[in-house]
Ligand binder design. Structure first.
Ligand code: ATP
Ligand code: MG
Ligand code: MG
Length: 395
């Protein structure tokens, strides 16, 4: 019962804070609990309080959220310059972990909806992309994988200048690179090929989700809105052309769910995209024969458009584009291709992506070739992260 749950949690926030916080309204509801807007009578400011469900699994995951975010805020972004939400405080009350965040604005999905899902102007796509990338550079340096990047988890932030600003929120599914525990992660539309296929993952999965977000900001609709994992994978292959590389398919745990091993490569065994591969994706009929209940396929908005056409002809109604619009789109397509790269080892890092002409605003002349990255910073920061933060100083 929605009203009852809401009432209980509002009461909870009032009680736990000894009436320091006056609850104003509901901001959002997620898998982990509810987020409420409160007036802080001590600081005379609004805060957003996430009240985590009072079950052990949620509690423990939220402890992780607190410790990772504390590390990010204090050690990697002490001056709040990298577009990551600030955690203000936290406490445990009747087995509910309650986390207070700075108050931010609408999330990007709400922004797209407000704009009738028609997508944003290139200058906003560019500005938001740059800011999200800046957060991702820091996350990668900290060895933190967000695991749930999507428009709902990017919020508009008040900006010192008049320019629009965003921040990354919701580290409730995040984990440390090299300490990945779960295999069922990321929201389906934004799920990377390696996670779909069950292959060891790194911060590169966030770059995949980021690519999906950038495309969605431009076209207003999710790029791979698959009704099932198979549907998502098939959409990726249609829009991007190609398929995950053979060595990934060979090693991944779930390859057999989606692909058929067709043996050694011989002339004529190439996929329709012309790749020689030892694997081919199962046909719809083969999938149907395997699954008693056929996944319901959602609305297929652009059945056969490749990424280039999808972006360059948007909004798909043959209106004339100016020269600037044309080159902007070519730069955007080139940018997306480096992010939506099937091979996680070839996918660009956040820093490499930051130097793309789409982000820097330099004229786009030819496909971007990022400077190879020097060796990764060793994951010594794992030691810096306190996994048992205990109570906040409200207690
Ligand atoms: P999910 O189901 O995505 O895992 P969650 O339960 O982990 O969600 P959050 O994503 O942290 O919760 O928050 C849920 C929603 O509440 C957000 O999408 C956003 O709209 C709103 N929200 C969260 N934090 C803030 C904030 N600091 N300021 C304003 N609104 C917020
Ligand atoms: Mg969320
Ligand atoms: Mg979450």
């Amino acid at each position: 019962n929605w009203d009852l749950i809401l009432y209980v949690n509002l009461e909870l926030v009032n009680k736990m804070s000894n009436r320091r916080f006056i609850v104003k309204e509901m901001l959002g509801q997620g898998t982990f609990g509810q987020v409420v807007k409160c007036w802080d009578t001590e600081t005379n400011d609004y805060v957003a309080v996430k009240v985590i469900k009072n079950q052990p699994a949620f509690y423990h995951q939220a402890i992780m959220e607190v410790s990772l975010l504390r590390t990010l805020n204090q050690k990697f972004d002490p001056d709040d310059q990298h577009n990551i939400v600030r955690m203000l405080d936290y406490l445990s009350f009747q087995n509910h972990l309650c986390i207070a965040f700075e108050m931010l604005g609408q999330n990007l999905y709400e922004l797209l909806k407000r704009n009738q899902l028609r997508g944003l102007k290139v200058k906003y796509v560019q500005a938001f992309s740059k800011q999200i990338l800046e957060a991702m550079v820091v996350m990668r340096d900290a060895g933190i994988i967000h695991c749930d990047l999507k428009p709902e988890n990017i919020l508009l932030a008040p900006s010192v200048t008049t320019a629009a600003a965003v921040k990354v929120i919701d580290f409730g599914s995040a984990c440390l690179e090299g300490k990945t525990v779960y295999s069922y992660i990321q929201s389906r539309y934004y799920r990377s090929p390696e996670v779909l296929l069950g292959y060891p993952y790194t911060t590169a999965i966030d770059m995949w989700s980021f690519g999906c977000i950038v495309a969605e900001l431009f076209i207003g609709l999710p790029l791979f809105p698959g009704a099932s994992e198979y549907d998502v994978l098939q959409r990726m292959m249609t829009i991007l052309g190609g398929q995950p590389p053979d060595d990934l398919l060979r090693e991944a745990k779930n390859t057999g769910r989606f692909f058929k091993h067709v043996g050694n490569i011989f002339p004529g065994s190439e996929t329709p995209d012309g790749i020689a591969s030892a694997y081919r994706i199962l046909s719809e009929d083969e999938i149907e024969a395997r699954e008693s209940k056929r996944p319901k396929v959602g609305k297929w908005y652009f059945p056969s458009l490749k990424l280039d056409r999808l972006i360059c002809t948007y909004p798909w109604n043959k209106s004339e584009l100016t020269e600037t619009e044309k080159t902007d789109r070519l730069a955007l397509v080139d940018f997306l291709k480096g992010l939506l790269e099937f091979d996680p080892n070839k996918r660009w890092s956040p820093l490499q992506a930051l130097y793309h002409p789409f982000i820097t605003g330099q004229p786009f002349m030819r496909p971007y070739e990022p400077v190879p990255e020097t060796a990764r910073i060793p994951v010594t920061r794992a030691a810096a992260i306190d996994h048992n933060p205990g109570g906040g100083h409200w207690l």
